[in-house]
Design a protein around this ligand. Sequence first.
Ligand code: MN3
Length: 203
Amino acid sequence: MEYTLPALPYDYDALEPVIDRQTMEIHHTKHHQAYITNLNAALAKDPTSAEKPLEELLKHLDTVPEEIRTTVQNNGGGHANHTLFWSSMQQPNMQNDPTGELLEAVGGAFGSLDAFKTEFGNAAMSRFGSGWAWLVKKSNGSLAAYSLPNQDSPLMQGDIPLLGLDVWEHAYYLKYQNRRAEYVATWWQVVNWETVASRLHQM
Ligand code: MN3
């Protein structure tokens, strides 16, 4: 079964003015689609890998034949990361700050929600070149924030991704140009914390 581009849960202009329509459309239909096309082409060469869930492949890249491993890492990671990214956002300022269990976990790990945002933002800003900032759940249940290069997924480290911010230039350059810090700071307005919280109990 081939992977296909998942529909966005909102219109291309829904995140404006935080993320502009053109960026969203190109990012979804061109960039994300390209990861899927390349992933499908790689998996066509190895039926055993093709039968496994993508999450399993990313958690255990060493089981993927060497011939397609890097392609699966980059493009399988790209597909998984973007799928999570789209569903982590909603129209700006829905006033849904984290509550309950998620707020407690964030407070326990980082001290406060603001302290978490600072640490996550620092991870996003210190990523040289292309990559992502991540909020993850570690195998011991605690939360952590860090950045990874390229399309690497926290699944490759044995962690569960709760929230990810794409800091590749294609994610923000049309609107923010070189102002990554402004993109990172503004992006909080479109985070869908309800969806993030729903990921807390994933295994
Ligand atoms: Mn991207």
